[in-house]
Design a protein around this ligand. Sequence first.
Ligand SMILES: [Zn+2]
Length: 554
Amino acid sequence: MVIGYAVIALVANYQLNSITNESRPHGSQTDTPELTRNNYLMGFLNEYRSSYDVTYYDINIDFNIEQKSIDGFVTIKAKSLDDIDTLQVDLAKNLNIKKITHQNSSVEYSREEDAVMIFFNNTIDKDTLFDFTVHYNGIPQSADNPPWSGGFTWSKDKNDRDWVAVSCEGEGARIWWPNKDHISEEPDSVRMAFTVPSDLMSIANGQLRSVVEKEDDKTTYEWFVNNPINNYNISVQIGNYVAVQDTFIKENTIHYMNHYVLDYNKEVAQNYFPQSKEVIRFYEKYFGDYQWWDDGYKLIEAPYLGMEHQSAVTYGNGFSIYNGVRSDSWAMYGVIDPLIIHESGHEWFGNSVTAIDPTHIWIHEGLQVYSEALYFEDKFNSYPVGVDYLKSIKSRIQNKIPIVGPEDENYWALNGDTYMKGAWVMHTLRSAINDDSVWFAILKEFMVENAKGHVSTEDFFSKVREKTGIDYTYFSEQYFYTPNQPELEYYQTDSNFYYKWNNANDNFVMPMDLLVNGIEQRVLPKKEFQSFDIKKHSTIEVMDWKFYIKPIQK
Ligand SMILES: [Zn+2]
């Protein structure tokens, strides 16, 4: 009876709090998706989620590939941050819960959308380590268009053998195993035991600990991640894999790389995957040490384009620098596979330094794409090549919705301008700061100081303020919280050059560089016209390749 009341009270309480505009901090964002009940439950850290901190997941899943079904249990170890009678864990509503146990007894639970409310038989005191286990089964969501629309990919390899993988960025790991599915929550370590038909291998994150043959011609592969990890990075790949071993040597230390590819691709992978070492060297130079050597680094061939799964980056771009499987593959000057650099770079942007709310996901994607421009600048020792790369992606910017949307709403800002505009905004900030030694120190310190941590857009700009002594709030407000591209309106007379900002916030005071008769000159446009003296027939060029602005000549 008491439990029943608790359920009603909780649901009522949720409904009181639900789906108001109060949690939308930037009121004009009518173009961000409607806040659904499930996104409210998944996006907001209510008291039933913030009252515990997950320390460990023990994931055990038996795969039935023929039926595309899973059957397993997950033990969640956590620390109570408050006295707990009730907590929320998350599991997709289409999956069936068989039972939930705590201290060897079954406990009551209720479900609403993807939220599972667990009602313990006794109060768990604050500051206690405790665990509970969710036993479940069902047919998990299949992926419509992986990795953009995630779920399981149940496919066949070229030899018509089963080849299975999961990708779930945005959808959340709850589509295949129960967890506290908020991006700010990472366990300290994870054990995964995936049981598959014995003619296939199961590859996951971290190190392989054991391979145990079971009855019924099945084998369990036990993997272990000894680091914090995003839930959506936890992955499984099942297929006819073989290992391709490589080493990464740094300062007399040998690190082992154990890539996995389908057996018929072993030779091509041996020649192709070493480019990941150059990628790692580049990222270490600019953004600090690779954080996961105790879990290793591996590329795993996948039946979709790729994903940044931590220490287990998936790769499906066809082993070709020039003609990958994706027709619109980003131009990379024929020097690097776009998937290897992009997904491996996420070991820094996203996996090590993680957005504290998915609305700040430009920290994963915008910085990642920007780092690719820096890779070319470094590789060719040429600033113009980096700019050329940025120009090649510029037409994909839409300026329809702000890069950063509402917090607490499970809003994964992946569809708008997170990638390309995010990269251009970083390039623009470098130009505004106008001191490369400061700029590269900002990037590296931000990444090193927040390694294995969570950050917001504001955290990035407080590092910028610390290093420059300048408050760039006007900049972040313009470029991250409005969709508007500033326009520099200008005209010249025989004796003067006039300029001002349009389509910008009133407080927007970004400097702008001009070429005046070939000589660089910095001006500080405002919303009202200003001018400077020029000679008759002067040639003036707006350096719009350095700033994400639109020049408008009147
Ligand atoms: Zn990405």
